[in-house]
Design a protein. Sequence first.
Length: 314
Amino acid sequence: MNIPGNIITLIAGILLTLISLWYGQNHGLMPVEASEGAAQVDGLFNLMMTIATGLFLIVEGVLVYCLIKFRRKKGDKTDGPGIEGNVPLEIVWTAIPTVIVFILALYSFEVYNNLGGLDPETSRDFPQEEMQMAENQGKMVAYNPHQGHLSLGIGNSKADLEVEVNGIQYAWIFTYPDSGVISGELHVPVNKQVKLTMKAGDVIHAFWVPQLRLKQDVLPGRDSALAFSANRIGDYPIVCAELCGAYHGGMKTTLHVESEEDYQKWIQENTFASAEEKADTMAMMTQPMSEEKRLEMHSHHLGVTPETLAQLHN
């Protein structure tokens, strides 16, 4: 029974579409969603995976079909037909990727905007005071970024909690201005808008939490802002996604998303601990001590091991 070619093409197109849609939504490549914006990022990723799967099946299917259909017959020593090209076909396979790129560009721009990438407070390249002055005067003033404050990032100016982040080789340091707590781990309450103001103390770093679907470069001499709202309680890895030195792979810490009660409990415990540590430090500083003793006292802050201290003394 001879089935018309257009029927075969229709059936193949339906199967290809169903397979692409199924795999695009069930690839299982992304980690758990832990923020409000993660679903939007996953939606964009799923669309790209659907399109990529369809294109892969089309290209590979045509290749396999041609290998079988147009293979050389046994004993055939003649040359193949001379084919110079097909202008309509070339227009089609150029136009389709162009349309796909435009669709993805518009979609990704919308996701970026929804995450706060165009927030005037966190993505501005012009100091707020100077911008306001220029607007009041009805004119735009040329601004040299090397002569003033320059910020970049994704965020929202309306935040329930603000945390200062300092990236150094090879650790993240988190400072809570309201309570004075300084920690090597990030603790945030669930379902609260958190804004991170980040800076680098030495080289370029990148703050990345895969479960939040957020990554932001942290540059020396330039502030970065990153805002998010974590909606799933749990512990999630924070890693540096920018090669920053020999021990870059060890620049890791943890994001703890906690209930409001657990977060306030942690703040109180660390506020008291910080006050006691400062009091003990001040008491020790008032006592006479040798340089070796003073270095030993600060060694745990600097990450210096007792073995290293012993070598220094020797």
